[in-house]
Design a protein. Structure first.
Length: 171
């Protein structure tokens, strides 16, 4: 059985998709945003991410910020495990009733001045879930929000833009 697979690989070769062409405009935009983030932040920005009940679509896009293409670690932006070390709270998903206390405690543990950014349509306005017996809806129904990043899910460049805008408004 294994020899059949090896012969097929030898016959067909290894097939992969070509890298997507995103264009020079997007690459230039990313470089501009990165330069502006470094200029505003100076040192670093520590972000605490809280999933308040999302489908994980937004988390996948947030994780993409850590790849070499966006390289947010190189900009001095890092995700931290403790809210006591965070400057910004990034919240995804509609706030489920089970997450209300945890979200409030996380918000209270972040030192002043704190920034809160709601990511995705669910965090901004409740998305398709809205308010129900199981969901409080948007993040601003539970804690104060400084900035929202709409989209289902928003692309990584929009998340980076939203983080920059939130920091710029506080600076």
């Amino acid at each position: 059985m294994i020899w059949k697979i090896v012969k097929q690989i030898a016959r067909n070769g290894i097939r992969t998709e070509p890298a997507p062409d995103i264009g020079a405009a997007v690459t230039g935009e990313i470089s501009r945003i990165q330069a502006e983030v470094l200029q505003i932040l100076g040192q670093s920005l520590a972000i605490r991410l809280v999933d308040a009940g999302s489908c994980n679509g937004c988390e996948l896009e947030i994780n993409a910020l850590g790849n070499p293409y966006y390289n947010i670690e190189g900009l001095g932006i890092k995700f931290v495990a403790s809210p006591r070390h965070a400057d910004m709270l990034l919240v995804t998903g509609p706030v489920s009733r089970n997450m209300v206390t945890a979200l409030k405690r996380t918000f209270d543990a972040i030192p002043e001045p704190k920034l809160v950014v709601a990511v995705g349509d669910c965090g901004c306005d409740g998305g398709i879930f809205g308010e129900s017996y199981a969901s409080c809806g948007r993040v601003s129904n539970v804690i104060p929000v400084d900035w929202v990043i709409p989209g289902c899910p928003p692309p990584p460049i929009e998340i980076l833009r939203g983080i920059l805008t939130a920091v710029r408004r506080r600076a």
